[in-house]
Design a protein around this ligand. Structure first.
Ligand code: G4P
Length: 530
């Protein structure tokens, strides 16, 4: 065992998932504030804007005022070293958002108390469930009028299929928000929004048995409602079971207001106690334990052309085990080459910095001269194993793409194939033809703009896109199925992906069900295999 055990065990690496506007950025800022990584809330957004200046094609995202790029933030709190993986928050999110979840050991789900479970949360949640990682719920914006608390929990259970266990319970909402009740300690922490933008500090804590004091802070009516709700809750809700939390079957639920900085530190403390240290990862038959193995990592995201002049790419890798030291020699398994990772950098709250050392659980970005692919494994020179690949996630928008100038066929195919290999888009072909017709699938429509922009600017190819009506894609899991004999619906299209895997495109969900009914034994999957 290496001396890196202590460092690894104090790491907590998680992603924040939410629907846009639920308060993910605000919550992240408050976390950083507690960690002392920033002094003033508001810096996270400011930094994102500054970073947009870095590259040209990111002008697109700047114009739309959104961020395509998911970033990683590291900060220290209470002797924990915390890595937050930020998932792009706009509806036009991309596969990168999903891939980011592959690098996390747990997820924090932020829900707007007046909106409940929304579309993007639902999608991201599916990936967390697939990975069976612990999921923590922060119900935000309690300073605004919120939905009924029981209904919110019910919605999470029904819509997402995960049991809930409230760790604390809100008292009122909006103008009547009085604070939260800590179920374990049986005490009320009263709300105050006077400390906006600063650390929570000492909040007022009242034991529920101290009736007079409680009434003076929250009022008679709130007190009665609270006691009734506690009784109901204690009778009805799932018991807290850390084991179930860690398997991703039970989500601990917290209430608060990120904007007014209430309930955030309470959440952070509980979260750090309940969440997991860096998880072991599967490589073939073996499970690689982070603290018991020398350096290894896998690439989960490649960011192209941060600087157009240099055509450079940054490969983001999640360190799975051991200790990384700048300049060390490593093996790139898929490339079958020994190499040194160049310009390793870590993105801190305030800036990028060159990393001298990093440990299992950390994320580093390295300069990529075009050798890495998503899912690749890096390990020590004397070893040779590959981590399980990253699945391909279902695109939801499709377009037929062709080049305007037929003389540029070669550049067109090269460009679109390279961009697809980077994982920025997915490309499909008619099942029986070659590259005559290319269908592009993306998770977020913004990726179409990025594709057009990059083909024009980097490959000098102008393209025309024709939107296709497909919204559902399914990979065919059982390879023995004869595609020609498959009977689907009239809207169904048979295509193959870059690796030749067969799949089906459908206009609506009904057709997916119909096709399954009509073909006995057919197994369809929303995730493509590597
Ligand atoms: P996101 O990253 O999930 O997209 O959400 P973000 O934190 O940017 O928050 C979206 C909006 O909701 C912001 O307002 C933010 O101030 C507000 N917000 C976040 N948390 C809370 C909360 O606990 N209570 C209330 N009342 N509002 C909250 P905005 O006006 O869109 O942006 P800004 O101008 O304030 O930055």
């Amino acid at each position: 065992m290496g001396n890196y055990e202590k460092e690894i065990n104090r790491r907590r690496t998680f992603a924040i998932i939410s629907h846009p506007d639920a308060g993910k950025t605000t919550l992240t800022e408050k976390f950083l504030l507690y960690g002392g990584a920033i002094n003033l809330a508001g810096s996270v957004k400011g930094k994102a804007t500054a970073r947009h200046a870095v590259s040209d094609w990111m002008e697109i995202e700047k114009e739309r005022g959104i961020s395509v790029t998911s970033s990683v933030l590291q900060f220290e709190y209470d002797n924990f070293c915390i890595n937050i993986l930020d998932t792009p928050g706009h509806q036009d999110f991309s596969e990168d958002t999903y891939r980011t979840l592959m690098a996390a050991d747990s997820a924090v789900m932020v829900i707007d108390a007046s909106k409940g479970v929304e579309a993007q949360t639902r999608k991201l949640f599916k990936v967390c469930v697939m990975r069976k990682i612990p999921i923590f719920t922060f119900i935000n914006k309690m300073d605004r009028d919120a939905n009924d608390t029981f209904e919110l929990l019910d919605e999470i259970e029904k819509e997402l299929g995960i049991a809930t266990c409230p760790v604390n319970w809100p008292i009122g909402s909006g103008k009547n928000f009085k604070g939260v009740y800590d179920r374990k300690k049986k005490q009320v922490i009263t709300y105050s929004d006077t400390k906006k933008g600063t650390k929570e500090g000492e909040t007022n804590v009242i034991s529920v048995s101290d009736e007079d004091k409680l009434i003076s802070f929250i009022g008679q009516e709130n007190k009665e409602v609270l006691l009734d709700e506690i009784e109901l809750l204690d009778g009805a809700s799932a018991d807290f079971d850390l084991n179930e939390v860690q398997k991703g079957e039970l989500t601990p639920v917290f209430f608060g207001s990120a904007l007014t900085n209430f309930g955030v530190e309470i959440f952070l403390k509980h979260f750090l106690e309940m969440t997991t240290t860096p998880l072991p990862r599967r490589a073939g038959e073996a499970m690689i334990a982070p603290a018991e193995h020398e350096f290894s990592a896998f690439v989960f995201k490649i960011q192209a052309n941060m600087n157009k002049a240099h055509r450079d790419r940054i490969a983001f890798m999640r360190i799975c085990s051991g200790k990384f030291e700048a300049g060390m020699e490593v093996r790139h398994v898929q490339g079958n080459k020994l190499m040194r990772l160049s310009q390793p950098q870590q993105i801190m709250a305030n800036d990028r910095k060159i990393v001298e050392e990093a440990y299992g659980g950390d994320i580093i970005g390295v300069f990529d001269p075009g050798v890495f692919s998503i899912g690749d494994t890096i390990c020590m020179p004397n070893e040779n194993f590959a981590y399980e690949g990253i699945p391909t996630f279902a695109p939801e928008h499709f377009a037929r793409v062709r080049q305007v100038d037929t003389m540029k066929r070669k550049q067109f195919v090269k460009g679109i194939t390279q961009i697809a290999q980077e994982g920025a888009i997915q490309i499909f072909q008619e099942f029986h033809t070659g590259m005559e017709e290319i269908i592009v699938g993306v998770v977020g429509v913004l990726q179409f703009d990025v594709l057009k922009y990059r083909l024009e600017n980097e490959y000098n190819v102008e393209i025309k896109m024709e939107n296709l009506p497909y919204e559902h894609i399914r990979w065919i899991e059982n390879k023995e199925i004869d595609l020609d004999k498959l009977t689907g619906t009239s809207d169904m299209k048979k295509v193959k992906d870059l690796k030749g895997n067969p799949l089906l495109l459908f206009v609506n969900a009904w057709s997916v069900g119909m096709t399954l009914d009509r073909n006995e034994g057919l197994i369809l999957s929303e995730f493509g295999k590597e």
